[in-house]
Design a protein. Structure first.
Length: 81
C-alpha cells in the first residue's frame, strides 16, 4: 500500500478537499432554501468534478513517488475511477 509522503502535496490535497466540502455545504443550503433543481444539479456536478480532480491528483502523486508498481496503479484506477 502506498501513502502520500510529500507534505506540500498532502496540504494542497487537503485544501482542495476543504473547498469541495464548502461546495457541498453550499448545495445543502440551496436545497434547504428550495433553490431551482437545475442550479442544485449544476453545483453537484461541480463538486463531483472537484472530487474527481482530487482523486486524479492523488494518483498522480502516487505515480510521482514511484513506490507503487504501474500494475497496482492501473488496478486502483480500474477499481475507483
Amino acid at each position: 500500500m502506498s501513502k502520500l509522503s510529500d507534505p506540500d502535496k498532502k496540504k494542497a490535497l487537503c485544501a482542495r478537499l476543504a473547498r469541495v466540502e464548502g461546495q457541498l455545504r453550499g448545495v445543502q443550503r440551496l436545497i434547504d432554501s428550495d433553490a431551482d433543481c437545475e442550479k442544485i444539479a449544476q453545483q453537484l456536478a461541480a463538486a463531483r468534478k472537484a472530487l474527481d480532480k482530487s482523486f486524479f491528483t492523488m494518483v498522480g502523486c502516487m505515480i510521482e513517488q514511484g513506490n507503487l508498481p504501474g500494475g497496482q496503479v492501473a488496478k486502483m484506477l480500474a477499481k475507483f475511477a
